[in-house]
Design a protein around this ligand. Structure first.
Ligand SMILES: C[S@@+](CC[C@H](N)C(=O)[O-])C[C@H]1O[C@@H](n2cnc3c(N)ncnc32)[C@H](O)[C@@H]1O
Length: 390
């Protein structure tokens, strides 16, 4: 493909991404892969270049743009070479006309920028939520030691965390194949450390998904104790068992929950857990580096709905923790509605609990908990709070 044809391809893909964002359709990643699956003539360099252009455009438009072309023109505003590729030749984008619509820039829609500002995230910090995510791995101490790590890694704040250049083909390394390392953002690793899971304990991961954090808990427990992974999403939860096997993690019990009736499936665990981790569903504002189009899809109503679910999950966990046990609340969000305010409201509802200090080698205090962020810590954005049942 010529450089101009790549730009035209990116514009066509962006049109699909925009339509999907409006209709809550497929994620951008899948749209890009499907587009290339139907166009086998494109080589790997073309794919990489087009994908890069698509994501540059998605990152540079705060709101859903009117069209793929308007989004690409936003990028071209600051890139003379890109502008020159709008040359109207075969397979290329048409020459830029005077007064053509150009999408607005910015980090996020206005309503969301206001919510971020009220949560202590300024405009510059919001822009940094859209940078390129690094490649972090966790050394899986159940399967390997530092001697097994691929070369070129740099130690990060998480106890077993290492950072590699983003283009590293980590999945092709022997360490990855053997299960000695897991790809996991350093911030995510740090939130698991707050659980302080110990060998021999009973630990419940209430929103385990496919087990990203569950596997870190299993390693911290050194495969001794009882680890229970729950989720309402059958497909996600079913991906945990093969991952656990590869990681050499202890048999992990899985419990599929019925949304709204979670406690019915958890009766056997009443007051039984030394620790419960709630890695709650949330707006994901802390993960825009990986998923920048998420900000085009989010609505204020959804934020409120997530906050309501988080409060409900916190109240469910109250019944599961043994006296003296701990409850760790995590969201990958920088909005106080899903963080500091949520933690405060929890304590107001449950005076028989107390907030504990979140002791981490990274992050900054936020209300009763701690915030990790791309701008201060180079991690994905998280809020984490820890409570103890008195
Ligand atoms: C942030 S994700 C969890 C990610 C996972 N812990 C990890 O580290 O990979 C939130 C999870 O909560 C699950 N979820 C949503 N509603 C739930 C509910 N009512 N009870 C339990 N899990 C729920 C979602 O299916 C999703 O997998």
């Amino acid at each position: 493909m010529t450089p101009s044809a790549r730009v035209q391809a990116a514009i066509e893909i962006l049109d699909l991404v925009i339509a999907a964002a409006r209709a809550n359709g497929a994620p951008a990643d899948r749209i890009v892969s499907d587009w290339f699956r139907a166009r086998r003539f494109a080589g790997s360099k073309d794919r990489r270049a087009v994908r890069e252009l698509v994501y540059r455009a998605v990152r540079s438009c705060g709101e859903v743009p009117v069209s793929g072309r308007a989004a690409m023109l936003r990028v071209a505003c600051d890139d003379v070479e890109l502008r020159a590729l709008f040359d109207g030749t075969r397979h290329s984008p048409a020459v830029i006309a005077q007064g053509e619509p150009v999408a607005d820039g910015g980090a996020a829609p206005d309503w969301l920028m206001q919510r971020l500002a009220k949560s202590g995230v300024g405009a510059d910090q919001a822009l940094s939520l859209l940078g390129r995510a690094p490649l972090d791995i966790r050394l899986n101490t159940l399967k390997g030691s530092e001697a097994d790590l691929p070369e070129g890694g740099e130690k990060v704040a998480a106890r077993n965390g290492w950072r590699y250049p983003p283009d590293t083909r980590i999945e092709a390394t022997a360490a990855y194949e053997s299960g000695a390392i897991e790809v996991q953002d350093a911030g995510s690793q740090l939130t698991c450390e707050v659980v302080a899971a110990q060998p021999g304990e009973t630990v419940i991961d209430l929103c385990a998904g496919a087990g990203g954090k569950t596997l870190a808990l299993a390693a911290a427990m050194d495969n001794r104790g009882r680890l229970v992974a729950c989720d309402t999403d059958r497909a996600r939860l079913s991906r945990l068992a093969p991952r656990a096997e590869r990681a050499g993690a202890l048999p992990i019990e899985t419990v599929l929950l019925d949304p709204g009736r979670e406690i019915e499936a958890l009766g056997a665990f009443r007051a039984a857990a030394d620790a419960v981790l709630i890695d709650a569903p949330c707006s994901g504002t802390g993960t825009w580096r990986r998923n920048p189009e998420a900000r085009w899809r989010l609505t204020d109503k959804q934020v409120l709905r997530y906050a309501a679910t988080q409060a409900r999950l916190l109240d469910i966990a109250v019944d599961l923790v043994a006296p003296g046990g701990r409850l760790v609340f995590v969201t990958c969000s920088l909005l106080d509605a899903e963080g500091a305010s949520q933690a405060e409201a929890f304590l107001a509802r449950h005076p028989e609990w107390r907030a504990e200090a979140v002791d981490l080698p990274a992050g900054t205090p936020r209300g009763l908990g701690r915030r990790l962020s791309p701008f201060d810590d180079g991690t994905d954005g998280f809020f984490v709070a820890r409570f103890q049942r008195l």
